[in-house]
Design a protein around this ligand. Structure first.
Ligand code: THU
Length: 149
């Protein structure tokens, strides 16, 4: 797992990519577009936007779209270095509870999370700070970074 600190260039790239993919959001119900960019250990960037549905429940947030795409493309769980998220919010956007739960399982608590808005405000946090006391299955709890090699 690559826990090197992110460079400013890497952060700026993730934010720029999240803004670009945000434009592809399918949001006929909320009209609220969100974009996300996930950096993998091999340097690849996996993009996600929110995709809504008339039945409401199936709506997928930008963060989970990026995470699930990355897994489907062969990236290993717990190997990710950072995720950036952006939306047209007054303060930097903040992930929903469902995405926080998926982030803690697939990324672990130490992974950096960069939250932004279109004005360029930025909050840098971690998955663990966003979801203290997270539920994990017992085998994960024992060593949250050791489950998938
Ligand atoms: N949404 C995201 O995609 N990510 C977030 O961090 C917050 C919320 C989406 C879900 C829904 O399509 C729309 O924003 C309004 O809640």
């Amino acid at each position: 797992m690559n826990r090197n600190p992110l460079s400013n260039e890497e952060k700026d790239r993730l934010i720029a990519e999240a803004k670009l993919v945000r434009e592809r959001a399918y949001v006929p119900y909320s009209h609220f577009k969100v974009g996300s960019a996930l950096l993998a250990a091999d340097g690849s960037v996996h993009l996600g936007c929110n995709v809504e549905n008339g039945a409401l429940g199936p709506t997928n947030c930008a963060e989970r779209t990026a995470l699930f795409r990355a897994i489907a493309d062969g990236q290993s769980p717990r190997s990710f270095r950072a995720i950036a998220v952006t939306g047209d919010t007054e303060l930097p956007i903040t992930p929903c509870g469902v995405c926080r739960q998926v982030l803690i399982e697939l990324c672990g608590p130490e992974m950096p999370v960069i939250l932004t808005n279109l004005k360029g405000d930025r909050t840098e946090t971690t998955v663990g700070a966003l979801l203290p006391g997270a539920f994990l299955l017992p085998e994960d709890d024992a060593d949250p970074f050791d489950r998938v090699k």
